[in-house]
Write a protein that binds this ligand. Structure first.
Ligand SMILES: [Zn+2]
Length: 88
C-alpha cells in the first residue's frame, strides 16, 4: 500500500498541509484519455513525418524481394529520399 500527502511550501519555506497523509491503492490500469495529445508544433510535426517515412522505408526493405536480395531497388531509393528530405 502506498500513501499520499498533499502540501504546499511558500517562498519562506512554510509548509501547509492540504490533504493529510492517507493510504492509496496503486493504479492497476492506465487511462489513455489522461495522456497529453501529440504536440502540434511545426518541429514535432516534421519529426513525426520523418519517423513515419523511416518506418515505411524499413517496412519496405523487410518485405521487398529485391531489397532482401541486396539488389538495387528504385522504390527503396525513393523512400530513402523522402525520409532524408523530411529530416532536414
Ligand atoms: Zn525494395
Amino acid at each position: 500500500m502506498m500513501t499520499i500527502k498533499v502540501y504546499e511550501v511558500n517562498r519562506s519555506g512554510m509548509v501547509r498541509v492540504l490533504r493529510a497523509e492517507a493510504p492509496v491503492a496503486p493504479a492497476t490500469t492506465v487511462d489513455p484519455s489522461a495522456a497529453f495529445p501529440d504536440c502540434q508544433c511545426p518541429k514535432c510535426s516534421a519529426e513525426d513525418q520523418a519517423d513515419t517515412a523511416y518506418r515505411v522505408l524499413l517496412s519496405h526493405t523487410t518485405y521487398c524481394p529485391a531489397c532482401l536480395a541486396g539488389a538495387p531497388c528504385v522504390t527503396k531509393d525513393a523512400l530513402g529520399r523522402t525520409w532524408r528530405r523530411g529530416r532536414s
